[in-house]
Design a protein around this ligand. Structure first.
Ligand SMILES: Cc1ncc(COP(=O)(O)O)c(C=O)c1O
Length: 307
């Protein structure tokens, strides 16, 4: 049962004219977005060979900075990509970019690091000899209200999140083709975003967010073996534990997802986004008391973290 006519995405933000004139960090320079450029020989453009991180700024503070940096540096180490900066130096680059834009609150940041400019247009990583390319894009960004009110429509898709030995789903790589193919399949099915299964057919994640259901007072999410180790996912798990909300990381199938009382997605941008339907089947009765409680607890946590 569809709840809205126009497609939503979990990253729909309110229009903000100020974003037309933002300044972007490119390897130490901070320039107007029209001047911010990387080479066509860049490994990120050519091969999707890079790692990124999405962070949010509230009250002049980066929410969960240490957790984001742990994942970022761990991902870079995994693909032998030398960041060439310490964590405090990355923080300094982020803060300089925010200052250049006069941004302090409700800001979304995409921090990107590629293996840099290649000598020749071929795959071998050793052809990237210039050192890494770092780009920081920050935008004024508030999720649209419609998302929290109406919820997102999901469709299950043939594309799965794979085994860690093909391309580990924990890598926030520049190449998002696995997720993009899933998203295209969901769009073709008339949904907003894709619900992806794992190689064993258990419900896993969406193409851009982590996925939770609420059943009979319990909150369930996948084991975490095949999905992004989301910072927001972990915060929700921790909040549930601290507030005596039963939380389980377990295998479950579409049977339990369709029959859930509530379902929601988690991600840095949207925090917790309710799910309206899966494969055209309405989830619950739309009252969503536990999702609302978790949204509230998370909001308080972000406030505590950033004031
Ligand atoms: C595939 C995927 N799942 C989940 C997430 C959410 O992670 P986080 O909560 O750290 O933003 C992301 C964000 O990068 C993602 O790309």
């Amino acid at each position: 049962m569809d709840t809205h006519d126009t497609a939503l995405t979990t990253h729909d933000a309110e229009q903000d004219a100020r974003n037309r004139d933002i300044r972007i960090y490119v390897n130490g320079d901070i320039v107007h977005r029209n001047e911010a450029k990387v080479s066509v020989y860049d490994s990120g453009f050519m091969l999707g060979d890079g790692i990124w991180e999405g962070l949010r700024l509230y009250n002049g503070k980066w929410a969960f900075f240490d957790e984001h940096m742990d994942r970022f540096f761990n991902s870079c180490k995994t693909i032998s990509l030398d960041v060439g900066m310490t964590k405090p130096e990355v923080l300094d680059a982020l803060c300089r970019t925010a200052a250049a834009n006069g941004m302090t609150h409700d800001v979304h940041c995409r921090l990107m690091l590629s293996r840099g400019v290649k000598d020749k247009p071929f795959q071998h990583p050793s052809l990237s000899r210039s050192g890494p390319t770092m780009v920081i894009i920050m935008e004024h960004s508030k999720p649209v209200e419609t998302l929290a009110r109406e919820g997102i429509r999901l469709a299950t898709v043939p594309q799965v999140r794979g085994l860690p030995m093909s391309q580990d789903p924990k890598l926030n790589s520049h190449s998002k083709l696995n997720c993009i193919i899933a998203c295209l399949q969901a769009e073709a099915a008339g949904a907003d975003e894709a619900l992806m299964l794992d190689p064993n057919g258990f419900v896993n994640t969406t193409n851009a967010c982590n996925f939770f259901i609420v059943r009979r007072g319990e909150v369930w999410t996948s084991t975490g073996d095949y999905c992004m180790n989301g910072v927001t996912r972990q915060k929700v798990i921790d909040l549930c534990r601290e507030n005596n909300i039963p939380i389980l990381e377990k295998n479950f199938s579409l049977f339990e997802a369709y029959g859930a009382d509530e379902a929601f997605l988690t991600g840095t941008f949207g925090a917790q986004t309710p799910v309206a339907s899966i494969d055209g089947k309405q989830i619950g009765d739309k009252s969503r008391p536990i999702t609302e409680r978790i949204r509230h607890l998370y909001k308080l946590l972000v406030q505590r973290e950033t004031t």
